[in-house]
Design a protein around this ligand. Sequence first.
Ligand code: PNS
Length: 159
Amino acid sequence: MLKAVYAGSFDPVTLGHLDIIERAARIADELVVAILENPNKNYLFTSEERKYHLELVTKHLSNVEIASFQGLLIDFANSIHANVAIRGLRNTLDFTSEFQMHLINRQLDTKMETIFLAADEDHLALSSTNVKEVATFGGNIDFMVPKEIREFILEKYKK
Ligand code: PNS
């Protein structure tokens, strides 16, 4: 059985993330989308809010579960008996950093494998950082994020 974990900050979840989740859910028997809670990082959304957003946008996927974690990904993956990590790749910069992360994870635990999924061409420029940048200045984020969460993002920037 292939149990996969797709970890990230998801602050906020983008259409690029959602595409990777949908495709990974077709490959894996079970997919756990794991939200990183890094106490040293300032997030736009709390981990509870990010969990709610991910639950909303993945409710059509019956083999997908949303969880939160702190610490190392390999420790979380072992705790839920996941044997594969999923990562999306948009470009060669992603490849460089993601390949390094894969190598570190393999040093920490030789059982840890990573499946890299190439981003869809419509999503090559999308990132959570870009969503926040555009939203800060009142730009259109419709092509960047799932429609279910647009209002939550716009609401943050009204304040
Ligand atoms: O949304 P992101 O920033 O692309 O997610 C990165 C994430 C959460 C996958 C990565 O930072 C991570 O796994 N953090 C947990 C700490 C860890 O295990 N690091 C790997 C060794 S470098």
